[in-house]
Design a protein around this ligand. Sequence first.
Ligand code: ZN
Length: 102
Amino acid sequence: MSAAERRARSQLAQLLSQRAVIRGTLLVRKRKCGKPNCRCARGEGHENLFLVISENGRARQFFVPKDWESRVRLWVEDYHRARELLEEISRIYWDKVRNRQD
Ligand SMILES: [Zn+2]
C-alpha cells in the first residue's frame, strides 16, 4: 500500500469513527416573520438556515435551528471531506485496474 493510500484510509477511518456526516447543502433564506412592528417588516427579513437534501430525485428542506447551525455545518463539511477521501482511494484503484497492478 502506498503512503498516499495509507494516509487517505486512516483519515477516512478516523473521520467516520469520530464525527457525524450529513449529505446535503445548506441554504440561507430570508423570511419576514409577519409581525408588523418587527424590524424585518421594512428590511430584508430574518436569515434562516435550511438543510436541503435530495433523496430518490426529490429535494426536501429542513429548517436548522440557530443552536444547531454550527454542528450541522460541521457535519456537512465532514461529509464532503469523507467524499474527497473516498474519491482519492477510488482513484488509486482505478489506476490499479487500468495498469493491471495488484
Ligand atoms: Zn421579523
